[in-house]
Design a protein around this ligand. Structure first.
Ligand SMILES: Cc1cc2nc3c(=O)[nH]c(=O)nc-3n(C[C@H](O)[C@H](O)[C@H](O)COP(=O)(O)OP(=O)(O)OC[C@H]3O[C@@H](n4cnc5c(N)ncnc54)[C@H](O)[C@@H]3O)c2cc1C
Length: 372
């Protein structure tokens, strides 16, 4: 790694970016979701963020997991939507980096580091989405020189901006396409699909409870032919549990929840300087934040004081409680749709559904139902 471009050297850039993101959100410019996402990604590019994720060999800074998580922590406290789009772009970069496909690495990683192209991921249907249906929603049929993709990927963040997507698909024979087969261990592939390929369509993205400006929506594939040269992994069973970069319940999800908690607790601390009743709650939440932060960064550095799923359940709870505590301090004014506290409360709900593995969901559900 090049010493000159480590986390410390980029601190000022990061602080400036966070300040500009806060100003952007406070100004609430009348932009479409796409325009808003494009502008925030441009800010990230100007402040070198895209370089964090790729090695110096491919024109990046090659930051460690620890450094990237410190970056995510600050950006998510300033603008969760920006941090979230970055994680999905980062997911694509990680899958490309971890693949054996030298040609794609050579072509795309430099462009991604320079912000010349945008790539996202559509993989949750292999892990946490549409699993109960018992049949794959996106299939890949082997054909001469490649695969034919058919079906849809239900969630792809930044889809309106994406030039390409890293897509997961289940390999099937034509005759098996519609067979119901719960618990099947079919082969799966990861493949890069350009969004301008014939048969790829991007329906209008839905209006979400929050984070609509992450431009998240589904992508449909109507017998889309993609050559073997785009293959990033597989065919193998359970491809998402191989390698790095896409496993569910990962530490970066927890880091973003922690970042949003930080924003809410900071608001409470500011209020408690002139409103005594918020002093104890702010102190208690800050202590919980500090403990969770220590555990997350210990895990990132290979020290296991808890599992990544335990910390995820802990910060899911913290982000809900701290944003709602902030709402109590903001009172009715905070309930206005244009107030940042109301936005944070809605954003906190996202952690209950985003890449939330069953054990994490069960822990949080027991807490909500007060089952010990
Ligand atoms: C804003 C947002 C952005 C996202 N971005 C990305 C991304 O960039 N890339 C990516 O790969 N993923 C992404 N995801 C997907 C995410 O990580 C989860 O996979 C997703 O939230 C799971 O929700 P689902 O509705 O698809 O789950 P599903 O399990 O498909 O649930 C859908 C519906 O089915 C019902 N259901 C579920 N299980 C059962 C059952 N056993 N029996 C009967 N009914 C059942 C549920 O009640 C639910 O209403 C994103 C999700 C969101 C919300």
């Amino acid at each position: 790694m090049n010493d000159i471009f480590d986390f410390e050297s980029q601190r000022d850039q990061l602080a400036l970016l966070c300040q500009r993101l806060r100003e952007f959100n406070d100004a609430a410019p009348a932009l479409s979701n796409v325009e808003s996402a494009v502008q925030r990604m441009q800010l990230c590019r100007q402040h070198n963020v895209f370089k964090w994720f790729t090695s110096s060999e491919h024109g990046g800074f090659g930051w460690s997991t620890d450094e990237i998580m410190h970056g995510y922590l600050e950006i998510s406290a300033a603008c969760l939507s920006t941090a979230f789009i970055l994680t999905q772009r980062h997911g694509a970069v990680s899958r490309i980096t971890g693949s054996e496909n030298k040609a794609i690495k050579h072509k795309l990683l430099k462009e991604l580091a320079n912000g010349e192209t945008f790539c996202s991921v559509g993989i949750s249907h292999l892990t946490t989405s549409h699993r109960h249906l018992g049949k794959p929603v996106l299939t890949a049929k082997k054909c001469d020189g490649g695969y034919k993709l058919d079906g849809f990927s239900p969630w792809v963040t930044g889809i309106s901006l994406a030039d390409s997507i890293v897509i997961g698909a289940t390999v099937v024979e034509e005759s098996e396409k519609d067979r119901f087969r719960p618990n099947a261990t079919d082969d799966e592939i990861l493949i890069l699909v350009e969004t301008n390929r014939t048969g790829v369509t991007r329906p209008e993205t839905p209006h979400l409870v929050a984070l609509s400006d992450s431009c998240t929506g589904e992508v449909r594939f109507d017998n889309v032919l993609v050559g073997d040269e785009n293959l990033l992994g597989g065919p193998i069973p359970k491809i998402m549990f191989q390698g790095k970069g896409g496993n569910t319940g990962g530490l970066q999800t927890s880091t973003l929840a922690l970042g949003l908690s930080d924003a809410a607790i900071t608001f409470l601390e500011e209020q408690s300087s002139h409103r005594n009743e918020f002093e104890n709650p702010a102190t208690s939440l800050r202590t919980q934040y500090n403990i969770a932060k220590t555990k997350i960064f210990a895990l990132a550095n290979g020290i296991e004081t808890c599992t990544s799923q335990e910390i995820r359940a802990t910060v899911n709870s913290l982000v809900l409680r701290s944003t709602q505590a902030a709402m109590m301090a903001a009172k009715g004014a905070g309930y206005r749709a244009d107030h940042r506290i109301g936005r944070w409360c809605k954003e906190a709900l996202f952690f209950l559904v985003w890449s939330c593995p069953q054990p994490v969901a069960e822990t949080n559900l027991c807490e909500l139902a007060q089952i010990s």
